[in-house]
Design a protein around this ligand. Structure first.
Ligand SMILES: C[S@@+](CC[C@H](N)C(=O)[O-])C[C@H]1O[C@@H](n2cnc3c(N)ncnc32)[C@H](O)[C@@H]1O
Length: 290
C-alpha cells in the first residue's frame, strides 16, 4: 500500500483489542501538528473542477481495477448498530433499508445473509458497482433493489417512495462527496426516510492516519484530500457532521469518535485510526394541542 493516502481496505473492521470511543478528537503529536500546518498549498481550482466532473468516472474506474476484491464484507454492522434488527415500524414487518453508496455490496450481503426479514434498496453512482451487486449470488429481487443514483444530483424518489425507509446506512460514502454537495445528499435521504427512521453513519474521522499520510499536493480544502486515483476523501469532526445533519432536518442521537490502532504489516507500523460513528433521527412531528 502506498503512503500517499490510498484508499484503505482496512477501514472496515471495528473489532480491535485497542479500541475506544469518545467525544474528543485525537491528540496530535507535535510532528503531526507541524505536518498539517505546513500543508497549505491547495490543488488548483481548474483541477478541482475536473475532479468534481469526473467523480463518477473515477469511482467507476476504481471498480474496473479492483472489481469486488477491495473492501472486505462488513460483518460488524448488526453488532455496532442494533437498530438494524429493531427499527421496524411494527413487529412482524420487514425492515426497509437504504444503503446509500453501496459499492459492490460489502454492507448489504452480510445483512441479507443474517436477517430474512429485510428489504434493501442499494444505490451507487458507479454503474459498474451496481452491476457487481446485481451479479452477486445473494442478490434476489424479492429482497433487494440495486439501482444507479448520484446522491448529489438524481432524485431518490424516482425509485423509492417518500417516507417509506426505516433505516438508511451511509458507510464510508459521505467522505467521498464534495463538502458543498453533502447537504443535498442528506436532504434526499431525509425525504425517503419515514418519521422515526434513522441514519446509521460510519466514516473517516478527523486526524485519522489516512489524513496524516497524504503528501503535500493532495489537499483540496480543509480536511479534504484527493487520492492518486482521483477519488476524494473528507475527514469529519463531530461538530461538522452534526451541523450537516441538523441542517438537513435530523436530530443527533449518537455522534462519537472511534479510536483504534491497526497494525500495517507491510509498512511495519502500528497506526492510529479515527472513525466517526453516529446515528441521526428523523423525528416524528409532535401533534399540536387542539
Ligand atoms: C468507500 S465506498 C463504500 C461502499 C459501501 N458503502 C461499503 O460499505 O462497502 C464509497 C462509495 O460511494 C460511492 N459514491 C461516491 N459518491 C457518490 C454519489 N455522489 N452518489 C452515489 N454514490 C456515491 C462510490 O461509488 C463508492 O462505491
Amino acid at each position: 500500500m502506498s503512503v500517499t493516502g490510498e484508499l484503505d481496505s482496512l477501514e472496515s473492521s471495528p473489532a480491535s483489542p485497542h479500541k475506544s470511543s469518545g467525544l474528543s478528537e485525537r491528540t496530535l503529536t507535535s510532528e503531526e501538528l507541524e505536518k498539517l500546518r505546513n500543508d497549505r498549498v491547495l490543488v488548483s481550482d481548474f483541477k478541482q473542477q475536473k475532479l468534481e466532473m469526473d467523480a463518477q468516472k473515477n469511482w467507476d474506474l476504481f471498480y474496473k481495477r479492483n472489481t469486488t476484491n477491495f473492501f472486505k464484507d462488513r460483518h460488524w454492522t448488526t453488532r455496532e448498530f442494533e437498530e438494524l434488527k429493531n427499527c421496524r415500524e411494527s413487529q412482524g414487518q420487514k425492515l426497509v433499508l437504504l444503503e446509500a453508496g453501496c459499492g459492490v455490496g460489502n454492507c448489504i450481503f452480510p445483512l441479507l445473509e443474517e436477517d430474512l426479514s429485510i428489504f434493501i434498496y442499494a444505490c451507487d453512482f458507479s454503474p459498474r458497482a451496481v452491476e457487481f451487486v446485481k451479479q452477486n449470488a445473494l442478490y434476489c429481487t424479492e429482497r433487494c433493489l440495486a439501482f444507479q443514483c448520484d446522491l448529489t444530483k438524481d432524485d431518490l424518489q424516482t425509485t423509492i417512495q417518500v417516507e417509506t425507509v426505516d433505516v438508511a446506512t451511509l458507510i464510508f460514502v459521505l467522505s467521498a462527496i464534495h463538502p458543498d454537495k453533502m447537504q443535498k445528499a442528506l436532504e434526499q435521504i431525509y425525504k425517503v426516510l419515514r418519521p422515526g427512521g434513522i441514519v446509521l453513519f460510519r466514516d473517516y474521522g478527523l486526524y485519522d492516519h489516512a489524513m496524516l499520510r497524504f503528501k503535500s499536493g493532495n489537499k483540496l480544502g480543509e480536511s479534504f484530500y484527493v487520492r492518486q486515483d482521483g477519488t476524494r476523501s473528507f475527514f469529519f469532526s463531530r461538530e461538522y457532521l452534526a451541523g450537516l445533519f441538523q441542517q438537513a432536518g435530523f436530530e443527533t442521537l449518537v455522534n462519537e469518535y472511534v479510536l483504534r490502532e491497526t497494525v500495517n504489516k507491510k509498512e511495519g507500523l502500528c497506526v492510529p485510526r479515527v472513525f466517526l460513528q453516529s446515528k441521526f433521527l428523523k423525528s416524528v412531528p409532535s401533534l399540536s394541542p387542539a
